[in-house]
Design a protein around this ligand. Structure first.
Ligand SMILES: Cc1cn([C@H]2C[C@H](O)[C@@H](COP(=O)(O)OP(=O)(O)OP(=O)(O)O)O2)c(=O)[nH]c1=O
Length: 229
């Protein structure tokens, strides 16, 4: 059994490494634009599912190449992990993704200043396995099929201090906010803006670690051993 983290986020790689699991990493590129009036739950569940579909498609392509070249070392079974993190304002409906530019970040931060918001991370575990019947067929396409998939969504409440224009300007100039949901990193300079959290810290950073390990266990795949530390 192979475990693949389908994420380009260095924070997620770092967090999963802490669980001492053997895994490989791949990146998937999908359109992350929310639909108009899309509710946070619908959006985040769509994102993790779309990332998983994109990962399965990429792995299938790579396996088809291997089959064409008669390479026999195909994994029989793979668990693919995908994740997505968003901010949700206190109104419960406004979704905060990565800021598209400085003005977009300011707009978000003004709503988060001296206020509580939530950070939601959804994680999907997708169990795919090699279909031997299809693998031996002449067109070799596709070779992987989804056996099982499970999703979780974890929510953490985050309270921000009151932000001044100077703080926002300095923070944007640091370069840290651009690739982060809600335009901040609690693990970096953004920590100075957080007066309180209620819930999982790793969830805010992008992967709720304890819950993700429980999700892998729930897939009931016996040969991925989540170590107890
Ligand atoms: C709120 C917050 C978010 N983030 C990050 C986690 C995610 O990487 C990012 C949200 O974007 P995502 O779309 O969830 O993830 P990503 O594009 O970085 O990676 P991929 O889709 O390939 O898995 O924001 C922090 O690093 N710290 C924080 O405090």
């Amino acid at each position: 059994m192979k475990l693949i983290l389908a994420s380009g986020s260095p924070r997620r790689h770092e967090l999963l490494t802490r669980a001492q699991l053997d895994f490989t990493v791949m990146s998937v590129d999908i359109d992350e634009t929310p639909h108009i009036d899309e509710a946070p739950k619908a959006y985040i569940e769509r994102m993790v599912a779309t990332k998983a579909d994109a990962a399965v498609e990429q792995i299938n392509k790579a396996l088809n190449e291997k089959l064409k070249n008669n390479q026999a070392d195909l994994p029989e079974s793979i668990i693919i992990l995908t994740a997505d993190t968003i901010g949700v304002l206190a109104d419960g409906t406004t979704v905060l993704v990565k800021p598209s530019n400085r003005e977009d970040a300011y707009r978000m931060w003004q709503q988060m200043s001296d206020n509580v918001h939530e950070v939601w991370t959804a994680v999907q575990a997708t169990h795919v396995s090699l279909s031997s019947e299809k693998a031996s067929s002449p067109n070799h396409n596709p070779v992987l099929q989804v056996v099982n998939q499970l999703q979780i969504t974890e929510r953490t409440e985050v309270t921000f201090i009151a932000l001044t224009a100077e703080m926002m300007s300095n923070y944007w100039d640091s370069g840290e906010p651009a690739d982060k949901a809600g335009g901040y990193g609690i693990q970096g300079l953004g920590a100075a803006w957080v007066s309180r959290i209620n819930g999982s810290y790793t969830n805010v950073v992008g992967l709720p670690l304890a819950q993700t390990l429980a999700l892998i266990n729930d897939m009931q795949v016996n040969d991925i051993q989540v170590k107890e530390v």
